[in-house]
Design a protein around this ligand. Structure first.
Ligand code: PMP
Length: 430
């Protein structure tokens, strides 16, 4: 067995410095099943965080599909093969009209990069608007959309709007007043981009604002901003890398829950249960403009093994009714968090949808002062107690849970009991 220190040193030497790991004491995982993972010492952890193994770690149906196709044929995407077509047919059936065509990629970053190019192709403009607390990936172009981890030399054609915060809404008002304040911010950024000569090609947003702390926003909340984008001739790109594939419990896609149909949707992470697959879904009109504007080719995107992995994952979500399961267990978990809030004053807000949920921790409920350092300590205490979760949000004080979908009510109860203990024994200090 290799100890943690040795692995960390090898990692830095072989993969370079500054590669982040979760937790003060990184976890060395060797095995997973369902919502559980095991470390090299045989210790078991409840996985409340990994959205990549969407239908459960090492789901047998996905493992079998990968093995079977890998033992039959894998090749690049310039040969004819039914696998990609059968998958895209099944995938696009989960979307509303006119989202009926797709490009398969290997990552969410590539998908967003393509989406930006589609926006250019169809609008002839280059300006892009994103929120000031998002992440859309790691290519040179999409890394420009991240204010939280900006690359040197910011591009002039990217403008940022303030990420929505339902707990401390801009202008102090919640609901549609908050929505109009957000739309006014979008309109101001459009005017800036037009003044600079870029014009507006796209607003790119996660419809659930997953990296921004998943604020509670009613269906239709985004409509004023979307109207402003369309009035300016731009398109709306929904980055569904985190909320998609039924995780939210009520709808298969985050934009369906948010009550709008985007022009382009990008997907990734949970798409093939850990096998690297991403994609872009759009209308035939935008797809044609893109295909005619750019000679795009992707060696691995949608290869037979990746298509088989993605198709098996989608089948499992549907056959096992995992979306409904996510709703029921998510409701149960949030009820439990609200009950804990009755006991622990540091829980300022409980929110989320389905199996994408969490709680915002504050030092004082009246002032809503973010308990940033405390939240980080709680995540580390939970890890020591065998429950894996993370934290994020504009102030990095939102406990974030996004477990594999087989996560059960008993798993939720274990998480809640452990969180109760962690909150009770950790001093609430800044
Ligand atoms: N969009 C969002 C919202 C993401 O959270 C991520 C990854 N964290 C990406 C895009 C990029 O996906 P990938 O790492 O597969 O390139």
């Amino acid at each position: 067995m290799t100890d943690t220190q040795t692995l960390m040193e090898r990692r830095a030497r072989l993969l370079g410095p500054n590669m982040s790991t979760f937790y003060e004491e990184p976890v060395h995982l060797v095995r997973g099943a369902g919502a559980w993972v095991w470390d090299a010492d045989g210790r078991k952890y409840l996985d409340c965080y990994n959205n990549v193994p969407h239908v459960g770690h090492c789901h047998p149906k996905v493992v079998e599909a990968i093995c079977k196709q890998a033992g039959t044929l894998n090749t690049h995407t310039r040969y004819l093969h039914e696998g990609i077509l059968d998958y895209v047919e099944a995938l696009t059936a989960t979307f509303d009209d006119p989202l009926s065509t797709a490009i398969m990629t290997c990552t969410g970053s590539e998908a967003n990069d393509i989406a930006l190019r589609m926006a250019r192709a169809v609008t002839g403009k280059t300006g892009v608007i994103a929120t000031d607390h998002t992440y859309h990936g790691n290519t040179l172009a999409v890394s420009q959309l991240s204010r939280t981890n900006p690359p040197p030399g910011a591009w002039d054609n990217v403008a940022f709007v303030t990420a929505p915060d339902s707990y401390r809404p801009q202008g102090g008002e919640t609901g549609m007043a908050h929505a109009r304040a957000f739309a006014a911010d979008v309109e101001a950024r459009i005017a800036e981009l037009e003044e600079k000569g870029h014009g507006l090609s796209a607003l790119i947003i996660c419809p659930f604002f997953a990296n921004e702390g998943f604020p509670t926003l009613e269906s239709g909340w985004l409509q004023p901003a979307i109207d402003a984008v369309r009035r300016a001739g731009g398109i709306v790109i929904a980055d569904e890398v985190q909320p998609g594939f039924g995780r939210l419990g009520t709808h298969f896609w985050g934009h369906q829950k948010a009550g709008f149909t985007p022009d382009v949707v990008t997907i990734g992470k949970p798409m093939a249960n850990g096998h690297p697959v991403g994609g872009v879904v759009t209308s035939p009109h935008i797809m044609t403009a893109f295909r005619e504007g750019f000679r795009y080719f992707n060696t691995f995107g949608g290869n037979p093994v990746s298509a088989a992995a993605a198709h098996a994952t989608l089948d499992v979500v549907q056959e096992e009714g995992l979306m409904d399961h996510a709703r029921a267990v998510g409701d149960h978990a949030r009820d439990g968090l609200r009950a804990l809030a009755g006991k622990h004053a540091c829980i300022g807000d409980v929110r989320g949808s389905g199996l994408f949920f969490g709680a915002e921790l504050v030092l004082d409920r009246d002032t809503k002062t973010p308990a940033t350092a405390f939240t980080k300590r709680i995540a580390n205490v939970m890890r020591r107690k065998g429950v894996l979760l993370n934290f994020l949000g504009v102030h990095y004080n939102v406990l974030k849970m996004r477990p594999p979908l087989p996560f059960s009510e008993q798993d939720a109860d274990l998480m809640l009991r452990t969180l109760d203990e962690a909150l009770a024994e950790t001093p609430l200090e800044a």
